[in-house]
Design a protein around this ligand. Structure first.
Ligand SMILES: [Zn+2]
Length: 365
């Protein structure tokens, strides 16, 4: 961990590239390694090992971790991390990448969010502690070996199962180093906040490793468009911090940072029933427009509940599994500043005219 990440590293004054070392191993500059690192043991006494790929560039620069599946059923990030580790050309890498595609091995095997052992949340167990609970011991192994040596971090998540998120970043924007990482990721939406205690991004940030969370899509899926969008974000961060000096930082076209000043709410169902969702993730809805309709099995008129947008905003998260109890979340709606609203409406108009052009071109064929 170095303190100089406010300045983009310059290979001429950073000195020589150094080996990356962890408990029991080292990866020299110019080398990469696929490691299965033991963090626990099963009931049968067999090792529980997480996959780790370390890519140490020939040139000196920052060390960046990319992590996924702290929640075992959140899969989109796994593919992001794997493609960065194994499909990208890192022959001119200035720095080191620590790629952790599956942190919660137990949850991944069971395709569950939590560690099946007493339903512990690995992403509330960081930085962990030796001699503590099983979850904290695992977190401690990951944190000390592969997080603490880093300069910045990107932790990938999806929505909880049954819901979906538009791609957005969550970051403590009051920390200027975290804000730099968050902006470099070039998402349209950043939700500001330090995050709950025990989350990787909050604890890593507190330990001096500015870390953001990327939320994207739903559990149990590979969603190609979102994965590609996240890969653009990773490339942009690596450009911002000089790891890939030949690439450039990406500007998303518009950006809104949602903080305490923004109107935002989880709209919840006031009736149990079956949900006909009218709007999707990432859509703009105007105040009073219908978001969804909740009906009973017979679609009886007197039981139909129509849910309208309480204010104009962006649907950041939305229900996918179309059934609710009263109190279940339907969608996460966030208000936008007038400037953002104008930029967003302009983008939507351009997208529509592009789509119209494509349609008219295809009818010519
Ligand atoms: Zn998660």
């Amino acid at each position: 961990m170095s303190d100089d990440i406010d300045e983009p590293p310059d290979s001429s004054d950073v000195g020589d590239a150094e080996p990356f070392t962890y408990n029991g191993g080292r990866v020299d500059p110019g080398e990469s390694a696929n490691i299965r690192y033991g963090i626990s043991e099963t009931y049968l006494g067999d090792p529980v090992r997480i996959p780790v790929t370390v890519i140490n560039g020939e040139h000196p620069g920052p060390t960046v971790f990319l992590s996924a599946a702290a929640h075992g059923d959140e899969l989109n990030g796994i593919e992001v991390v794997r493609e960065v580790a194994h499909d990208w050309d890192h022959s001119n890498l200035h720095g080191t990448l620590i790629c952790l595609p599956v942190m919660n091995v137990h949850g991944f095997l069971a395709q569950e969010r939590y560690l099946p052992i007493y339903d512990r949340d690995l992403n509330r167990s960081f930085p962990g502690r030796a001699g503590s609970t099983s979850a904290r011991r695992m977190a401690h192994q990951i944190f000390t070996n592969f997080i603490e040596p880093c300069d910045i971090g990107l932790d990938f998540h999806t929505s909880t199962r049954g819901r979906t998120n538009m791609l957005h970043v969550r970051a403590n924007m009051e920390n200027s180093k975290v804000a730099r990482v968050a902006k470099a990721f070039s998402s349209n939406v950043i939700i500001a906040g330090e995050g709950p205690s025990g989350t990787l991004r909050r604890e890593a940030t507190q330990a001096g490793i500015p870390t953001i969370t990327i939320e994207m899509g739903e559990a149990h899926r590979f969603q190609r468009q979102l994965i590609d969008r996240a890969l653009t974000g990773v490339a942009s961060v690596l450009a911002e911090f000089g790891l890939h000096p030949e690439s450039s930082v990406h500007w998303p076209g518009w950006r809104t940072i949602i903080d305490d000043d923004n109107e935002k709410t989880w709209i919840r169902a006031d009736a149990g029933g079956i949900v006909d969702m009218k709007r999707g993730r990432g859509e703009l809805v105007k105040e009073g427009e219908v978001i969804c309709v909740i009906t009973n099995p017979f679609k009886e008129e007197e039981d139909i509940v129509t849910v309208e947008a309480p204010f104009t905003g962006l649907i950041v998260g939305v229900l996918e599994n179309p059934v609710v109890y009263p109190g279940n979340p339907l969608c996460h709606l966030v208000g936008l500043s007038p400037d953002t609203l104008t930029a967003l409406e302009r983008e939507r108009t351009t997208d529509r005219s592009r789509a119209d052009r494509r349609t008219s071109e295809s009818t010519l064929d």
